[in-house]
Design a protein around this ligand. Sequence first.
Ligand code: NAD
Length: 491
Amino acid sequence: MKTYQHFIDGQYVDPLGGKWLDTVNPYSGEVWARIPDGCERDVDRAVQAARRAMTEGPYAKMTPTQRGKLMVRLAELVAANAERLAEVEVRDNGKLYSEMKGQLDYHPEWWRYYGGLADKVEGAVMPVDKPDHFGFTTHEPIGVVGALTAWNSPLLFVAWKCAPAIAAGCAVVIKPSEFASASTLEFAALTKEAGFPDGVFNVVTGLGASTGSALVDHPDVAKITFTGSDVTGARIYAQAAKTMKRVTLELGGKSPNIVFADCDLDKAAAGAISGIFAATGQTCIAGSRLLVQNSIREDFIERVAKLGATARRGDPMKPDTNIGPVTTPPQYRKVLDYIDIARKEGARCILGGKPATDQPGGQFVEPTIFVDVTPQMRIAREEVFGPVLSVIGFEDEAEAIRIANDTIYGLAAGIWTENIGRAMRVSKAIKAGTVWVNTYRSISYLMPFGGMKHSGIGRESGIESIRGYLETKSTLISYAEGAPANPFVMR
Ligand code: NAD
């Protein structure tokens, strides 16, 4: 069994408290490694290393161009190690190898993009409205960044958070999910190999309520960037306020996937499946509410159910597997609880609806579809984070928009229509950070990603994201000659 260590100040080190956590392969149910259960002192050690990196030593003196070059080198190393890292992720979170390898192959783009952006952060010279004054802005790194990530795509989140943070000149301390920490710890070695000075990139593992919370409380952390549930996000938001930390929160969703009668039905059916059964439904952007126009409802549901029934369960490492296990035991119980709740509330199950017992590990759920769902039911309002689809009918565009927006969440939405006017009207009316038209689950390093309403605060990816790791400074210089100005009035 493999034993991992924290990565602090450029070294792998044992936890100071001497405690460890088992890490389980969700497919086999076997403990395959142990990770440090970090204590406050481990967190402090990592934060101090990050602070030192930003204030002393080579990183503090590096030009943005030099930082960018290291980031591009890191991109090449990730590309060369994509297979190995993807395998670790599958062992840790049980998601499909094809999905994780795809993510790892794409991951380097964030380092390349933000590496290129590092030396393009420009301030401005303002035409100051005061005689003999020169005014300009600069953008400075915000400080040490604490990153908390979820288990479903650990290294993708590392890229989304750390690439813009490092491009901005920050140093980071990451606390990955206790359910899937191994890949982030393995990744850390690549930052050293790429040539990043010690302390720029640190990883401390452990439980959210202790290790994670210590990072949020730490007075030398300037910003928390978090990916996880809205319940934890709200707690962190409140906790971070005590030390006035900046926050970026990437939270959950209950995204509507809206199918109009005029769409390409085959494409929309594939889009509906990819929205909910890909990644076993364990994605923040799951299209878990399928809104179907009543005139095609019966026909469309039949298509989706037929396609859904073809999903092959099995070993996530095998290329022909479509559905893997649910990643964690609490998540598995939660998914089954929601299936019970949906039945009790009167929704009708037309596919799946029970544990799948034909696989090892004991954490498989059959891909499940509920019809006759009403917008008031809990299954239509709460995030399940599993392969459970709720189908809701609608009459016209106005009703589709009303139902789509009738949620506390606003992460993503899908619209399926061949009518460009409708696509524009509906995408404009929907309160969501990302709207897909005739596609679903399409993510790019160039496109800002994040949530409205309870789905979060701030955006990741795209140029916008780097702003979240910078503070703007205004400098005003007077070159006036003569007597001093009146000191008792504002200039
Ligand atoms: P979670 O909220 O339980 O945990 C996320 C991270 O926060 C973990 O590292 C955890 O250890 C840590 N944490 C937990 N409690 C903490 C506390 N009190 N203080 C500090 N840190 C704490 O989420 P999860 O179960 O790992 O992930 C699933 C959730 O993540 C879903 O709701 C999903 O929608 C959301 N998610 C959002 C996005 C996005 O980009 N918007 C992406 C993926 C997942």
